[in-house]
Design a protein around this ligand. Structure first.
Ligand code: HPA
Ligand code: ZN
Length: 345
């Protein structure tokens, strides 16, 4: 490693964990076209440029419509393997050493692709990522909240034979009108089966969605959680209980959850004592992977190496690694900070 003298290098080389990443959201236009051709799926777009042009969103639903359309090209185990492997190579190039990825089984099973096809492809790539790139990983199975409880329960049943591979159950898709309480029984069953739980909340939905996710779904962390800042009592609860928030800055900008980068609440969250982390959500659609998310926030909010260090620490603290694994990485990060922060101009 060269001497680290800039904040850009500090961001690049500090070891990071990514905790909020939809594997279907890493489908880059080039790979989308390649897999579409391989599977003889007809697309509305004929070129990478045409696809990129279509990636303009007014809100979450606008994005989800295109995201589900893109996922439609994924049909075989090799497609899920290729998708996951491409993400891991990118993650490795940005010094992500641990990743916890979401997959949305219903996006695929509803189209007739078997649950096993999806998870076998993802899992095989993650094993290779551990062996060849040294990236550790966890899988989070996410429930589509716009679908009903019966579909969610069926999906949970399908996950049971793969329990060893799945660490947590999550909740994503269209938030407003689909509050966490809709899935109270699903998450209770998931907990009873020994899964951890997380949920997207407070992205477009208000603070009540976050409160429900904590109180009813008993989540270990909140995905997004931006709108928890609208409620003083909730902020106090999140800080006191150190419930982590997985923040996705470029996603927030693209989906107009935050108007401009300078108004992003990331720094405010850190100053409040929240365990905020930086993540890329759906990087192929939102214009950047984890380091671009860090860089955008650093420029807009004047983050220092101390903030980056704190965010990197938070990512391991908030992860589903064992305490021993967390301690190992925290020692590495502490040393990295000690050795490098003084030289940054
Ligand atoms: N929010 C909700 N659902 C999603 C997202 C998101 O940011 N990305 C993929 N599914
Ligand atoms: Zn997300």
């Amino acid at each position: 490693m060269n001497a680290i003298t800039s904040i850009e290098h500090f961001i690049q080389y500090i070891p990071k964990a990514e905790l909020h990443l939809h594997i279907e959201g890493t489908l880059e236009p080039e790979l989308l076209l390649k897999i579409a051709e391989r599977n003889q799926v007809t697309l509305n777009y004929q070129s990478v440029d045409a696809i990129k042009k279509a990636y303009q969103f007014n809100d979450l639903q606008d994005f989800l419509d295109i995201y589900y359309e893109g996922a439609n090209v994924l049909r075989h185990e090799i497609d899920f393997f290729d998708l996951t492997w491409a993400y891991l190579e990118k993650a490795h190039s940005q010094n992500i050493v641990h990743t916890e990825i979401f997959f949305d089984p219903q996006t695929h099973t509803e189209r007739g692709v078997a649950f096993s096809t999806v998870i076998n492809g993802i899992h095989r790539a993650l094993l290779k990522g551990q062996e060849e790139l040294g990236i550790s990983s966890k899988i989070i199975m996410s429930i589509l909240r716009h679908l009903d409880e019966i579909s969610a329960l069926k999906t949970l049943e399908e996950a049971l034979p793969f329990k060893e591979w799945i660490t947590a159950i999550g909740l994503d898709s269209s938030e407003i009108g689909n509050p966490p309480s809709k899935f109270a029984r699903v998450f209770e069953k998931a907990k009873n089966e020994g899964f951890e739980t997380v949920a997207h909340a407070g992205e477009e939905g208000d603070a009540d969605y976050v409160r429900e996710a904590i109180e009813i779904l008993k989540v270990a962390r909140i995905d997004h959680g931006n709108r928890s800042l609208e409620d003083e009592t909730l902020i106090k609860h999140i800080v006191e209980n150190q419930i982590p928030l997985t923040i996705c800055p470029l996603s927030n900008l693209k989906l107009k959850v935050v108007k401009e980068a300078v108004y992003h609440p990331l720094l405010e969250m850190l100053n409040l004592g929240m365990v905020a982390t930086v993540n890329s959500d759906d990087p192929a659609y939102f214009g950047g992977y984890i380091n671009e998310n860090f860089l955008t926030m650093t420029t807009a909010l004047n983050l220092t190496s101390k903030h980056i260090y704190q965010l990197s620490r938070n990512s391991f603290v908030a992860s589903f690694l064992t305490q021993g694994e967390k301690d190992k990485w925290l020692t590495v990060i502490d040393l990295f900070y000690e050795q490098n922060h003084g030289r940054i101009q």
